[in-house]
Design a protein around this ligand. Structure first.
Ligand SMILES: Cc1cc2nc3c(=O)[nH]c(=O)nc-3n(C[C@H](O)[C@H](O)[C@H](O)COP(=O)(O)OP(=O)(O)OC[C@H]3O[C@@H](n4cnc5c(N)ncnc54)[C@H](O)[C@@H]3O)c2cc1C
Length: 335
């Protein structure tokens, strides 16, 4: 059982900044995220896009914003449960919440901060017959640990940043053989990543199949080969240990929708006094919440996190007087 003061669901920018604000008042945080990495939408959808409305940064890449938030919260040593989805919530005899993840990990805290953004990202699955039979038996939609593919034959499908970046990464001495299959002749990803893939293909270090699409999969209990339908060359069979379709992720509110919270249009209704929900002790901040005038912007989420932490502190220590102190006076006290 992981015990903490504030259990944050979602490691997007808002969840991460909550750790900082909580740390300033000496509250300890633990974050759960269904994705294997932190940063939420910033890392998963647009890591290489510049953001122009973060105060004091005329421009900052979304991926860099995540890195800087991680650096900013380091003194407070938050705990992380990554790659696991928060599934169920219950209350114990002492009034603390217990949240159990998809992998059965249990977390206990008096305060829950839901910073779950657009919800859980679910992989977009290709319409290939028998696909479900091979899931986690050679078919994976998210690369959680690249080491898993060391020395293996891998086929990646997709034309975006994720497919390009992982092709480049796995081809760099990790997998024994990498094939990238894309149904169009050109790629949507960042020009640098596209160039790297082209260079690797030219050097014979990867197998690049554009104008092709995986349409079949076979194996005895685990993936052994995939069938590619190629526009000009017809059917091609590729022997492989893994097929990784990286067609993006679509967000779904997921299990949080079943937690008896007031939901309006896929978002959690909150009181703007402190971003509390209808369940005392549970707050919702960032893109996941809704209230009159709500704007789904990172800086608005930062503000919500700041006010939420003040309220959480008063719930945990009702007899203590919390006095606002400037960081210019206190510094970053750490934990
Ligand atoms: C292309 C694009 C460009 C953008 N540009 C800007 C911009 O210029 N400026 C700006 O301010 N905003 C911009 N945004 C919006 C901004 O990214 C969001 O406002 C911000 O990411 C919200 O942060 P968050 O922490 O609330 O949620 P998110 O970033 O969505 O993170 C939520 C996290 O919660 C996790 N999660 C959800 N449910 C569960 C669960 N049950 N268990 C475990 N984990 C869960 C998800 O996996 C996710 O990682 C842009 C968005 C996009 C898509």
């Amino acid at each position: 059982m992981i015990q903490t003061d504030i259990l944050i669901i979602g490691a997007g920018p808002v969840g991460l900044f909550t750790v900082f604000e909580a740390g300033l008042v000496k509250l300890k945080c633990h974050i759960i995220d269904a994705l294997p990495q932190t940063g939420g939408q910033c890392s998963e959808i647009y890591p290489k896009k510049p953001i122009y409305d973060i105060p004091a940064y005329p421009s900052i890449m979304a991926g860099e914003l995540t890195d800087r938030l991680m650096e900013q919260i380091k003194p407070f040593s938050p705990g992380f449960t990554l790659g696991e989805r928060a599934e169920t919530i219950e209350k114990d005899d002492e009034g603390q919440f217990i949240i159990t993840t998809s992998h059965g990990t249990k977390h206990r805290a008096p305060i829950i901060a839901i910073a779950a953004g657009l919800g859980c990202f679910e992989p977009r699955k290709p319409p290939v017959e028998g696909l479900a039979d091979f899931e986690n038996k050679g078919v994976e939609y998210i690369i959680k640990d690249p080491e898993f593919y060391r020395g293996k034959k891998v086929v990646i499908s997709g034309g975006g940043d994720s497919a390009l970046d992982w092709t480049n990464f796995l081809a760099d001495g990790v997998a024994s053989e990498v094939t990238l299959v894309h149904r169009r002749p050109s790629f949507r990803g960042h020009p640098d990543s596209v160039q790297k893939v082209m260079d690797l293909a030219q050097a014979g270090k990867i197998n690049l199949l554009t104008n092709g699409e995986v349409v079949g999969i076979s194996g005895n209990g685990a993936v052994q080969s995939v069938e590619v339908k190629h526009k000009s060359e017809g059917m091609i069979s590729l022997e492989t240990d893994h097929w990784i379709p990286l067609f993006g992720l679509s967000p779904k509110l997921g299990p949080i929708g079943e937690w008896n919270l007031n939901i309006k249009k896929n978002a959690i209704e909150v009181d703007t006094f402190d971003y509390s929900t209808n369940v005392p002790g549970i707050y919702a901040i960032g893109d996941i919440n809704t209230y009159p005038g709500k704007l789904k912007l990172i800086l608005c989420g930062f503000h919500e996190a700041t006010l939420m932490v003040q309220s959480a502190y008063k719930r945990i220590y009702p007899d203590k007087n919390l006095v606002l102190k400037y960081t210019t006076v206190t510094g970053v006290p750490g934990m």
